[in-house]
Design a protein around this ligand. Structure first.
Ligand code: G1P
Length: 297
């Protein structure tokens, strides 16, 4: 019998997308390099993975996304400059970001064929072990990171674990949606998955959030390159098939979901993250109160 409880040490970051919802900001700048207060989205995602015990970081990139890899690589000229000026705080910040060269891998997705295709591109780098997938524009604010919470759930359940959160029923057509079986606290068994269903046919209003722990058997279904919703190769469709072979769980994470792929979510994330910073929070609060008064009058 296959061991479905192996530790998860690799994470895949699909970062090849064009970020069209955030144009013109993303015309030249990769979406994942846009910053929330002081850190780019990709850094938040990598920090989350590190906190959850991930040791190998696999970026699925495309042309024009070179900055994403560079952000985590040595920057000798910058370091020399900071050292000569004894900028110790800044040096510490840069050291925190760097990843050892052996831990950072990348693979190109040559055509934008969908999330399932992006994950499939990482197949050889993942190999025969369970792995995490993190969508960097789905950001979470909480006491403990979403992937770490999921890892704790995975130590109990094994198998495949997908982050989930509730949305208003009218929004199901924006997300992958779960068909739920039994629920026990934050963990529920999944009996089906549908990508972006119309609310009239959606099996629930529990949706997929961009964090996954998957067994490598998912690649057998992604290999088929079948297209689904929007004419794209969907990760959700491959997972829906794997449900017949392996246990699947939804994990209702504790924390606030912030969709940084949309203007509104991006602005909310700036405010929410800034309010977590003691040196910014008081000023932000008084600025926002003044702005609120202005908009009421
Ligand atoms: C992707 C997934 C979808 C999931 C969503 C979460 O959709 O296909 O199942 O609910 O991420 O953000 P996308 O946002 O790429 O359209």
């Amino acid at each position: 019998m296959k061991n479905l409880h192996k530790p998860v040490k690799k994470a895949v970051f699909p970062v090849a997308g064009l970020g069209t919802r955030l144009l013109p900001a993303t015309k030249v700048m990769p979406k994942e390099m846009l910053t929330i207060v002081d850190r780019p989205l990709i850094q938040l995602a990598v920090e989350e993975a590190r906190e959850a015990g991930i040791e190998e970081f696999i970026f699925v990139t495309s042309d024009g996304k070179e900055a994403l890899m560079q952000h985590f690589q040595d920057a000798p000229a910058l370091m020399e400059n900071l050292q000569s000026r004894k900028k110790l705080d800044q040096i510490a910040k840069i050291n925190k970001v760097d990843l050892p060269a052996s831990a950072l891998k990348s693979v190109k997705q040559d055509q934008p064929l969908g999330l399932g295709h992006a994950v499939w591109c990482a197949k050889d780098l993942v190999g025969d072990e369970p792995f995490a997938v993190i969508l960097a524009d789905d950001t979470v604010l909480g006491e403990e990171s979403c992937l770490k919470q999921m890892m704790t759930a995975y130590t109990k359940t094994g198998g495949n674990v997908i982050a989930s959160c509730e949305v208003p029923m009218e929004d199901t057509s924006k997300y992958g949606v779960f068909k739920l079986a039994d629920r026990d606290g934050n963990i529920f068994s999944v009996s089906g998955l549908v990508e972006k269903p119309d609310p009239s046919v959606a099996p629930s209003n529990m949706t997929i959030f961009g964090r996954y722990i998957l067994q490598p058997e998912i690649f057998a279904y992604l290999d088929k390159h079948e297209t689904g919703a929007g004419g794209e190769i969907q990760l959700t469709d491959a997972m829906a098939k794997l449900i017949n072979d392996q246990p699947f769980y939804g994990y209702v994470f504790e924390g606030e979901r912030l969709d940084c792929g949309s203007e509104l979510g991006f602005v909310k994330a700036q405010i929410a993250f800034a309010l977590k910073k003691p040196h910014l929070a008081p000023e932000i609060i008084s600025y926002m109160s003044a702005k609120l008064k202005e908009s009421i009058l």
